[in-house]
Design a protein around this ligand. Structure first.
Ligand SMILES: *Cc1c(COP(=O)(O)O)cnc(C)c1O
Length: 464
């Protein structure tokens, strides 16, 4: 039987116009933004691939849930529908809502960690790293070696290196490790999934040493579907069942509902430990709110409850992973080097390999981000020296990041295949003239998190 096109499994009920601009307008807008796409107005962006966080399109059911939201301070039915959904999808007994993922992380680390502790992970996301450090503990990344090789097409580059975990426990002692964390999928490592075999192996090591295992579950559904596509023995298993199997190996999780919750805000921390949950609820009351709303409106809890079930629909996940793969495969076929294989939520272009004539300290990723905006009004994000490079505060000397990537993150259910076709055309049109572009330099940078507010200047003539 011939394979049919994988279509968007929805039709469109509400539309949001997007605005075309001319290359001349974009050159002016970019200059006014100091060549930093974070400083553009989103109305001036045609296709916004800055992030997949909080940018999902909600379904008709979710909007109906928004109307049904009950805003009672305590004991709202919206909370109980949310709690039921989390218990059904994840299987944890204790569920604590938070305003987004990082609040869940703070509550987890503040209740589990002490100064001097060590928290191993496949790779900590920025906010889990920062929240670990904020309680005086040390985050340690233990990715498998293939996770650091962009062109290696290994299927589970998000895996944690179990040998290194055992060596770390041996060296430091299990009592200094209050938890191990697995990020599903591994966002900082190219959106790459973790295999069920790796989850089981990590869980066994944790259990042998009495260490709790927590999941950073932001993209759990995409990870579960990639297990189904890539791991032996899962091809015929319902994806909801794969998700339950993942969490059956864990003691709890943190979640940002802005990702695989298909919601625009929200999150939670969940656990099977009632004593820990009691402490966490007390901390929640101090900074987030009463335990049946946790800093969210009742309507947000409804949207999340519905989103957590919708995200596991197989036709949705088939379309989701197909659109990311389609973007990656089409530009790779046109000679653009990407992090292989395409992951769950984004395509990462290897800007160092794509623009080898631009040295790292002339910011090839920044060049690519600026040029994709000039070419097609597309906004991506630099994940290279601008974001992770360092400037010596005394000498002003810059040191580059280990990789120069540009991330194109696809918001969920927002863009259609012709939008993706347009992205491919714009990227390949730029590829055809890439030799003519040069680098950038900073004209302003803040001391911390400089990528958000930096200003730049091109070191070449933009030719617009
Ligand atoms: C987004 C994200 C978080 C933090 O969630 P927020 O809702 O942005 O606070 C944590 N971990 C991962 C892997 C993420 O992608």
């Amino acid at each position: 039987m011939p394979m049919k096109t994988i279509i968007e499994p929805f039709r469109i009920k509400v539309v949001e116009p997007i605005r075309m601009t001319t290359p001349q307008e974009r050159a002016l807008l970019l200059e006014q933004a100091g060549y930093n796409v974070f400083l553009l107005r989103s109305e001036d962006v045609l296709l916004d691939l800055l992030t997949d966080s909080g940018t999902s399109a909600m379904s008709a059911e979710q909007w109906a849930g928004i109307m049904r939201g009950d805003e009672s301070y305590a004991g709202s039915p919206s909370y109980y529908r949310f709690e039921d959904a989390v218990k059904e999808v994840f299987g944890f007994e204790q569920v604590i809502p938070t305003h987004q993922g990082r609040a869940a992380e703070r509550i987890l680390f503040q209740t589990l960690c002490s100064p001097g502790d060590i928290v191993p992970s496949n790779t900590h996301f920025d906010t889990t790293r920062a929240n670990t450090e904020a309680v005086g503990a040390r985050p340690v990344d233990l990715p498998v070696p293939e996770g650091l090789r962009p062109s290696d097409p290994a299927p589970f580059k998000g895996n944690l290196d179990v040998d290194r975990l055992e060596a770390l426990i041996e060296e430091e002692g299990a009592d200094r490790i209050p938890l191990v964390m697995l990020t599903l999928t591994n966002n900082s490592g190219g959106g790459q999934p973790v295999s069920m075999a790796n989850i089981q192996a990590v869980a066994r090591v944790c259990r042998a040493h009495g260490i709790p295992l927590y999941m950073d579950a932001c993209r759990f559904a995409e990870n579960a579907y990639l297990i189904r596509l890539r791991e032996e023995g899962y091809a015929d298993r319902p994806v909801a069942e794969i998700a339950r199997e993942i969490f059956s190996w864990a003691d709890g999780c943190t979640m940002s509902a802005k990702k695989d919750g298909l919601a625009n805000i929200g999150g939670f921390v969940a656990t099977n430990d009632p004593e820990l949950a009691r402490k966490q609820r007390n901390m929640l009351i101090l900074t987030e709110g009463f335990p049946t709303y946790g800093g969210l409106a009742g309507r947000d809890l409804e949207a999340i409850a519905i989103g957590l079930r919708e995200v596991l629909h197989e036709d949705y996940l088939e379309y989701r992973l197909a659109s990311v793969r389609y973007l990656g495969e089409r530009i790779a076929a046109g000679g653009v080097p990407i992090v292989q294989p395409p992951g769950g939520h984004a395509i990462y272009i290897d800007a160092a390999a794509f623009l080898p004539h631009i040295p790292p300290l002339e910011l090839p990723g920044q060049t690519l981000v600026a040029e994709l905006y000039l070419e097609g009004g597309i906004r991506g994000v630099e994940v290279g020296t601008v974001m992770f490079g360092r400037r010596d505060p005394e000498t002003g000397e810059e040191s580059p990041a280990s990789m120069e990537l540009v991330r194109l993150a696809l918001p969920r259910r927002v863009y259609t295949q012709s939008h993706v076709d347009f992205m491919v055309e714009a990227i390949l049109d730029f590829a055809a003239r890439k030799e003519a572009v040069g680098g950038y330099r900073f004209t302003y940078q803040a001391d911390v998190l400089r990528h958000f507010t930096a200003n730049f200047e091109p070191l070449y003539d933009l030719g617009v």
